[in-house]
Design a protein around this ligand. Structure first.
Ligand SMILES: NC(=O)c1ccc[n+]([C@@H]2O[C@H](COP(=O)([O-])OP(=O)(O)OC[C@H]3O[C@@H](n4cnc5c(N)ncnc54)[C@H](O)[C@@H]3O)[C@@H](O)[C@H]2O)c1
Length: 257
């Protein structure tokens, strides 16, 4: 039976792969047949994810990297490509950090760090990926960024994070137009709240009602990392070959209200 979401023979870079959405994405892409380059700050987490992969037979390479060090990205991608033994067909930038701070408490350094990891690292990854030595020029390639509902609608005490995620939407649309001549599609997913380390960390800063309030904000309730991974896998696969520049809201109805 043909699986339109198959990633057989594709080599995919996933950042933030040690936890949450990136981890789920790695597990799904592997089971759909992909070779993987998994990147994260957390080396032990990467090793655990690599050990847990099943249902596929692709090659898996891991690299611990601090994506805030933008200058290190190019060499990590090219070294890992030699180990993987083939060019890349997909890139997913899942690594990200939250920032729950009102404007009065937000320092320039904190703002710059959020922008650097959430947004600028994605841009540098896309630049390396789309360079002559990056993607497989013989096949359509796909870049997927992760925005957020807070890149689409506003919320208090969230300006740095929201700016980084809104910028991803602008980046997605402009790169989609620019990279079409290189046969690269560029899309982003804008998730609602998903119970991961990041979301649980934010929940723990608030009172016990917070989780209930979040649930009420989503007509379909809390989401799971697999809901986002499924959308990412679709955007990486040939099933989405006519989709570029799209913002895919996967948010349980949050932004439909
Ligand atoms: N969880 C949610 O509710 C939610 C909602 C909307 C968007 N998102 C976005 O989804 C993405 C994944 O979030 P998650 O909830 O899975 O978070 P998570 O905290 O579970 O995972 C994030 C991963 O990124 C890695 N990371 C952080 N900084 C890094 C750096 N400098 N270099 C390399 N790796 C780094 C972490 O080590 C971690 O493994 C993020 O971009 C986040 O903004 C999450």
């Amino acid at each position: 039976m043909i699986n339109p979401m198959s990633l057989e023979g594709k080599s995919i870079i996933i950042t933030g792969a040690a936890s949450g959405i990136g981890k789920e994405c790695a597990e799904l892409c592997y089971s759909l047949g992909a070779n993987l380059l998994l990147l994260d700050l957390n080396k032990e987490g990467l090793l655990a994810v690599k050990d847990s992969l099943n249902g596929g037979n692709g090659t898996v390479v891991i690299r611990d990297i601090d994506l805030a060090d933008l200058d290190s990205i190019k060499s990590v991608l090219s070294d890992a490509k030699s180990e993987l033994g083939c060019s890349y067909n997909g890139l997913v930038h899942c690594a990200g950090i939250p920032s729950v701070l009102p404007l009065r408490a937000l320092s320039n350094e904190q703002f710059e760090r959020v922008m650097r990891i959430n947004t600028e690292a994605g841009l540098v990854l896309a630049k390396c990926f789309s360079s002559n030595s990056g993607h497989d020029t013989g096949r359509q390639a796909s870049i997927v960024f992760i925005s957020s509902v807070y890149g689409v609608v506003g919320s208090a005490a969230n300006v740095a994070y929201a700016t980084s995620k809104a910028a991803i939407i602008g980046m997605t649309k402009s790169l989609a137009i620019e990279l079409v001549k290189k046969n690269i599609r560029v899309n982003c997913v804008a998730p609602g709240f998903i119970q991961t380390k990041m979301a649980n960390g934010i929940s723990s800063m608030f009172d016990n009602d917070y989780s209930e309030k979040i649930e009420e904000m989503h007509p379909l309730g809390w989401g799971e990392a697999i809901d986002i991974a499924n959308a990412i896998a679709f955007l990486l696969s040939d099933a989405s070959k006519w989709t570029t520049g799209a913002v895919f809201n996967v948010d349980g109805g949050f932004t439909a209200q």
